[in-house]
Design a protein around this ligand. Sequence first.
Ligand SMILES: NC(=O)c1ccc[n+]([C@@H]2O[C@H](COP(=O)([O-])OP(=O)(O)OC[C@H]3O[C@@H](n4cnc5c(N)ncnc54)[C@H](O)[C@@H]3O)[C@@H](O)[C@H]2O)c1
Length: 668
Amino acid sequence: MISFADEIKQGIPSVLPNPKPWDPAVNHAPKRKEILSNTEKKLAIANALRYFPKEDHAVLAPEFAQELKTYGRIYMYRFMPEHPIYARPINEYPGNSEQAKAIMLMIQNNLDHRVAQHPHELITYGGNGAVFQNWIQYRLVMKYLSEMTDEQTLVMYSGHPLGLFPSHPNAPRVVVTNGMMIPNYSKPDDWEKFNALGVTQYGQMTAGSYMYIGPQGIVHGTTITVLNAVRRLAKNREDIKGKVFLTAGLGGMSGAQPKAGNIAGVISITAEVNPKAVTTRHSQGWVDEIISDLDQLVTRVQKAKADKEVVSIAYLGNVVDVWEKFDQEDVHVDLGSDQTSLHNPWAGGYYPAGLTFDQANDMMANDPEQFKTYVQESLRRHSAAVNKHTAKGTYFFDYGNAFLLESSRAGGDVMAANQIDFKYPSYIQDILGPMCFDYGFGPFRWVCASGKPEDLQKTDAIACAVLERMMETCPPEIQQQMADNIQWIKGAQQNQLVVGSQARILYADAEGRMRIAAAFNEAIANGEIGPVILGRDHHDVSGTDSPYRETSNIYDGSRFTADMAIQNVIGDSFRGATWVSIHNGGGVGWGEVINGGFGMLLDGSEQAKRNLTSMLHWDVNNGIARRNWARNENAIFAIKRAMEAEPLLKVTLPNTVDDQLLDQLFRL
Ligand SMILES: NC(=O)c1ccc[n+]([C@@H]2O[C@H](COP(=O)([O-])OP(=O)(O)OC[C@H]3O[C@@H](n4cnc5c(N)ncnc54)[C@H](O)[C@@H]3O)[C@@H](O)[C@H]2O)c1
């Protein structure tokens, strides 16, 4: 059998590998709807055959035509590599550039079977969050990375490697764009069409930018959200006991909800229609119990309430049925949300009530119009049931999955009296925006490239010591956030959050990120730990413009602009990022968001020290400055602090106007 390194260096094999049998044990992407005309199908196949010499076309053309017919996309399954895909220690990757090796490690982590949602379709999470469109792109990219030097940059167009271009050592080694479209061609069906043609892909956030670290990445943010949502209802730990949190989704990100529920100390019920997703999360210990009968669920929840248990329950079935049943049986829900993938409502993101999982999969592929009517009817039922609960006192928040947006589009009763806003806040408006993003706190993360658990342990200790030192002098405005983050990092080892690479997420502000990264770089230089890869979720202070999610607490009208995200990726790229990415879509849907991220290899060098200081400072303060300009009070506070700490930072501050003056004007 060919060695790992040789297979990587081989790229496109000179002899066609045998076709790969379909593996029913793997969680596969749903069949995508048929959208191409016959002329377009020919174009899709011609596009796919561009990667291969003419002599292979007679074999591959019918095979790709069959894949397109059966799955709605051409994945080129035959070219799945022989080697198992997972994040190896960095020194096991062949190559001439440590930075390129770090990127290979992160790509492999995103496609690891334990990490990725649909690994054979190269989908990391969110139902359609692709690393590449097909297996030949994977092979080519790995080959380029194994060949490139620090004088080159690899250019990635939506999974397709355009090629290596001459650059310089402090330039990014890879620049990624995913799904960037002419704005008028950014409707959901445009994704279906242009993705089926093989010319674009939905990169989600950390999928197409090689920065996904498994559900841990989201557990922390979810914990912060659930914890602070619970704090709105209960003053202390004792009051929290017995509170019920009802939500849906045990997929890529949503799978973090039960774990966060346990950490927050509530009884959580997470409905999930896909049996594979339920068993995966249960076997990983992310959810405690599985129940598939509604009456049993009611009895179990009533017992948990009576005993004030902290427990997470997966309900195998549709969440709409749970909301309705709990209403009929008068099971009080304290906290409610939803994390079905409504950013992708017509292609498997949301399973309508009234259809089994298999019936829904069948209908979405074979009768998409009918499926759409089912989804919309289900959303009307769903929102009506939520409304009944909120009338009884449930605190419901939108979890950034476009639940309210799609419910409103479906005619659900979710609009506020002014018919502009929704009835319920998004988690960003009430919680993460004002408490975290406006102060610069966001999902900073790192991966120990040595692959050693002891390196992760050491970095946890280093990060914790930095935060504890900062806590001694930090202003009261951010003490709660700091305390939550210290508690998180202290419990991180015990909570066994690692799936795949030796990675850690830790919410931190600009100062925290810079100080932690500098301490890592020093520890690497001293030989205490191996190299570390820094990054973050795109779901952050500055990286993402998303009017219904990350920037939903921007109220000056600019939340429908995307200058911040574009400025961010440009700024990161010339301040020393190892790779950068910018995406259309991610979280809330194609055309609904622009988001970007970075990766940065710390190798203990002086250059790494300069880069981390310069880039992390920009990467957070760009967003704080913009939030400040939107007149967000906490951001004005944070940017003033940042200017005091760094005299070279000069940010335009807003003036506020007296409301009365404006009111008078319009009474005239
Ligand atoms: N966790 C977070 O912090 C976070 C933050 C922002 C947004 N989101 C959003 O949450 C959504 C979920 O993300 P994901 O990665 O988990 O997606 P996913 O597609 O992996 O998981 C969603 C799950 O919901 C299940 N589902 C769909 N309809 C259902 C229904 N009616 N009843 C019960 N289960 C149903 C699906 O089977 C699937 O397993 C996305 O839209 C994402 O953007 C999550």
